[in-house]
Design a protein around this ligand. Sequence first.
Ligand SMILES: Cc1cc2nc3c(=O)[nH]c(=O)nc-3n(C[C@H](O)[C@H](O)[C@H](O)COP(=O)(O)OP(=O)(O)OC[C@H]3O[C@@H](n4cnc5c(N)ncnc54)[C@H](O)[C@@H]3O)c2cc1C
Ligand code: FES
Length: 504
Amino acid sequence: MSTARTIPLWTSTDTPPGGWSPATEGSTLDVAVVGAGIAGLTSALVLLREGRQVTVIEREGIGAGETLRTSAHLSNALDDRYYTLARQHGEDGAKLAAASHATAIDFIESQCRDSPDGCGFARVPGYLFAHDGDVSQLEKEVEAANAAGVSATLLPAGLQAPALLGPMVRFEDQARIDIGRYMRWLAQEVRDAGGRFVRAEVANIEGDSPCRITLRDGPALTARVVIAATNVPVHETDATYMKQAPYRSYVVAGAAPSNLQDALYWDTGDPYHYVRLFRDEDGKDWIIVGGEDHKTGQDDDPTAYARLHEWTLQRFPDAGPFTYAWSGQIIEPVDGMAFIGADPDNDNVFLITGDSGNGLTHGTLGALLVCDLVQGRDNPWTALYDPARKPVRAAGEWMRENANAAFQFRDWIKPASIDDTNQIPLGGGAVLRRGVHRVAVYRSGDGALHAFNARCPHMGCVVRWSSEEKSWDCPCHGSRFEAASGAILNGPTSEPLAPMEWKE
Ligand SMILES: Cc1cc2nc3c(=O)[nH]c(=O)nc-3n(C[C@H](O)[C@H](O)[C@H](O)COP(=O)(O)OP(=O)(O)OC[C@H]3O[C@@H](n4cnc5c(N)ncnc54)[C@H](O)[C@@H]3O)c2cc1C
Ligand code: FES
């Protein structure tokens, strides 16, 4: 079970090198890292290299969360724009943001250099182009990016790529990677440095000395330090879920046009589109195109992939055929910066969340920052990423996202879209009313019905059916649940959907 049904281009491994170790009650662990995505594995590696003993607890496989759903740009040309970041975090904050993401790219590059095959890493330029020809946003961004220390130049005439894209900003020193190979390499490095992998689902983490870790089916564990690298925290903490919002983003991949320059491309649209080239292990070139984002559980639209195909073919007419289509969850912090550092609600627990569209670099720099905090060292990025910060200079966005979440509770008073399960097709789902309850009913391919209380266990919104990923998605804070079992796909919920009896 991955976090979604669609299959991305990247492949990693379900089983880490050396296999899974059993979760055993007994002596206190030194460091427990929960989650084997890029944030968790990088944290494990840097702490092992500092002499700590690390156990990685993962419920699925290596990179099985959002990491393998990425498009794998590595960029310090941040998609929230430097003129916005400078307003929200000050000019010094924007400089720290640029430097921290550049450090993350350098770190990844050095790991790839040590790997046997380079993990498909390459330095490439990045091009931000105006989706409507309006150059004013680009002019502001060139000035703000250079002020923050990111080398950027305005190309008013754009670029023939092969259709004319432009006008645009060119950013130097961005990068791309084969994220599947990189995750396999990180896992190997963690194992070689003495790390252990335990396959288990964590139901809760309580901060203390030592911290307590509750497994859903397994013994209780304790650890001196816990790093919650589950993409969004799934343990009891109020630190972040009101300050970040979940979005679904869609990606297609197909044969690359032969004259496409190896670079990252993205536009100024809202939602925006992103494009990159990728050469696989067999030497085949792919074009990867993403976008069409919408809030999770809202605006479910099965035409997203068709729109991406159309958008791509208008600009890259020789692209395709497209053989991959997948979606994933992006967590947008209201002020553009991830939440990385000490969990204010739990002693000795550290968070890495709020990845945004730059989650590979956020996850990597998050590991470097958390390592310093765990080791008791100062780090210049601490305040910028502090999970306890109040994003007051992004108050408008903060209020908008929370008002949007509160508005979703109206589902409790809206009539159900259908009133009879006979109307649910094979492989379909719907929320029905039964007295005061809402019931989420899925009909699997064999005709069997699977019914759950539709009340999201996180804070009580009514979940909605995703026709694309065939999952139950909460429109409030983005928790997602598997259609037939109600198991958790994405937090912040720490509980699965509750099963209910249903007779046709
Ligand atoms: C479509 C898309 C395109 C993107 N493109 C880019 C891009 O080009 N560049 C970029 O920098 N970023 C991009 N991102 C963002 C980036 O991919 C993610 O932010 C990043 O991979 C998140 O890494 P993570 O380690 O925080 O989380 P994850 O990779 O989700 O890892 C979390 C791990 O925790 C495990 N887990 C969860 N709950 C539990 C539990 N209770 N117990 C045990 N284990 C648990 C999961 O199984 C998972 O393996 C993109 C994201 C998407 C969806
Ligand atoms: S995710 Fe918060 S109520 Fe569902």
